[in-house]
Design a protein around this ligand. Sequence first.
Ligand code: UDX
Ligand code: UDX
Length: 477
Amino acid sequence: MIRNVCCIGAGYVGGPTMTVFADKCKDITFNVVDVNEERITAWNSDDLDQLPIYEPGLDEIVERCRGKNLFFSNNVYKCISEADIIFISVNTPTKTKGFGAGKASDLKWVESCAREISMYATGHTIVVEKSTIPVRTGEVIKEILDSSQPKKRNITFDILSNPEFLAEGNAVNDLQNPERVLIGGSNQKAIIALHNLYKKWVPEENIIHTNLWSSELAKLTANAFLAQRVSSINSIGALCEATGANVKEVSRVLRGDSRIGPKFLSCGPGFGGSCFKKDILNLVYLAHYFGLPEVGNFWESVVELNNWNQNRMSRIILEKLFGTLIGKKIAILGFAFKANTNDTRESPAIQICKSLLEEGAYLKIHDPKVSKRQITLNLGMPSEDEYIENPKFSVLHNEKKWSKYELIDDLFNDVDAVVILTEWDIYAELDWHEISKKMRPPGWVFDSRLIVDKQKVLSSGLNLWRVGDGTLNENVF
Ligand code: UDX
Ligand code: UDX
């Protein structure tokens, strides 16, 4: 019987997942622990706007459950010792050095969690891999748990894989109404224990049981398939621009084919987020490791196309602005990797902004949820006001400059171009007539998310480039 649950890692996955669990299983205690004290303080903040991650609807549920059966703390060891079931939701970034660098996942956090669990767990504990991890990681966790001292203390473990399929920005709905829940493992008793937790709100026919390795591989494969669709439509978008076709029309035709399905056919600046690239690179590593280079190369091309697509955006902006950005101001609308999140991991905005800064542009950046601090980290340079306020930066002062704007109306004065990088709703409703009066002519609008009203932009006298829209290109045959 499960009475106490611990989740290690209070990030984008652990935080929302345990919050929804707590809301659905009121008779069970959920402890979310993290080594990062600042993050835990933010989760415990009275001001719900200070929660460390932004997800629509999440604040209400946190408020409902926190302090009742949901607790956020840094008390890792105590919470491990009290738990019947422990979820590992720590980050598994791509390795930057050593064997498999650039492709394989760095499992140091998963390993250290396994060691902590082996030290502090009591009685029988079910350990659940929630983090996306390379196939056969469950085996590594089991080895660490089994080989360490707990045996002497009569402690036993079962390992399950229970990958998370939530998409950021829609996490609460994905968790409350999952299309499927996947539980991989070999011990039926442990599988049923976790199954019974989900059963409280998920229809049983949506709970899939597999073996451990199938579950791990299915998660990587699901993300690889989704990313592959984004690269597919982005490749066709580029072809549309060259030929005079319109990718929106092409997508509409594809959507009508039930074999293809209606989703993940939006052309854009390229996929971002913490999972797609990392998971594909994991597959690539795995394929090469098992002597299947053709399989590895196939999946690697999905990431290559994505990189190419992101670079293409900055190249097009440069070309349209007469080949030089020196002395030009550009408004950047959106820095998050998609709308309705404050997450910027692998956001196309990072690479695109870096290229524009490199070319000498001054960037005025707006995003409703991403902080200036986060943008500074991602761009690897402070904003202009930080240079001015902090003399220690003055030696670093160079031509690359950017500012973060809180109010969107202040953004457009004297800019040569507006570049839309994230599909926030507010960007679809801008008044282009008013904006055009503030911009320096000939003003350009670059819409990498296909959200602006074409007629409204053109009738305001501005020039427009839209991803995948060849009908705007005068040079097509
Ligand atoms: C996700 C997914 O869970 C995972 O599948 C993917 O591999 C990486 O991204 P996410 O919740 O988005 O994880 O990551 P993040 O927001 O970085 O949160 C991870 C948390 O784990 C951090 O707050 C970090 O401080 C914490 N952590 C890490 C620990 O508490 N202990 C550790 O040993 C390591
Ligand atoms: C993804 C998976 O969807 C989720 O199941 C998994 O658990 C984690 O990884 P996430 O990365 O949060 O979720 O967002 P997702 O909605 O999948 O978007 C990923 C990227 O693809 C974003 O940058 C998004 O803008 C882009 N995208 C998505 C497109 O460019 N076009 C599309 O049609 C769909």
